[in-house]
Design a protein around this ligand. Sequence first.
Ligand SMILES: Nc1ncnc2c1ncn2[C@@H]1O[C@H](COP(=O)(O)OP(=O)(O)O)[C@@H](O)[C@H]1O
Ligand SMILES: [Mg+2]
Length: 239
Amino acid sequence: MNQPFIRVSGLKKYYQMGGTTVRALDGVDLEIEPHSFTVVMGPSGSGKSTLLYLLGGLDRPTAGEIWVDGQSLNDVDENSLALFRRRTIGFVFQSFNLIPSMTARENVAFPMQFAGANPRKRDEQADFLLKQVGLGDRASHRPTELSGGQQQRVAIARALVNDPKLILADEPTGNLDTASGAAIMQLLSDLHRSGRTVLVVTHDARMTRFATRQIYLLDGRVVSEAEYQSAVLEVASPA
Ligand SMILES: Nc1ncnc2c1ncn2[C@@H]1O[C@H](COP(=O)(O)OP(=O)(O)O)[C@@H](O)[C@H]1O
Ligand SMILES: [Mg+2]
């Protein structure tokens, strides 16, 4: 077997809310193969975003260990964590997170300024990435002049700026109609087939057909598909 690309052991994330403890993740063990396309399913509040943020080094766990691409995220300082995010991770969010005053090209080029590329090179690279996501003819449009699906494509192009090995997407189709959502999943699937490791969280069961692997989360824990299905059915049709 390959070395896992991601390894998580005993992962916990607790939040103190007033007098109570919210167990957003409550002991997760996971191994993710390199070049896999994993879909993490779970109802709202099950800990999906928390898991994604921890894997991407955007937040730190209460307990447990995380290795990504052979690197431990546990004992590293903020600078190393920032470097890890920049080199290894491309994030895609439900709400696109584009800068409204900037064109598609400027949004994609924006993260490149931190890598010190000259402005002309940045624009060329941004145009190249926009072409790759099927938006070569929309480079000068601002987010308000694009559909939701097109905005998410711009966000994906931006996530590809540093040629990340791992793409983490948090409900990337949550704000999209079915057709646009399927197109975004197809695009993520293409990125997977071109060699990247992709991990998408969703609560939309239709998205699992793109996956090579499915993981089910309930109340901050990984459960079997059977356990998940019966819990979801119970919620849908209470006895
Ligand atoms: N910053 C926070 N402070 C307190 N509670 C939080 C925070 N972030 C998440 N939670 C809680 O942790 C649980 C899991 O949240 P989250 O990971 O966002 O779930 P999901 O993405 O599956 O909807 C929820 O009960 C949520 O309210
Ligand atoms: Mg979430």
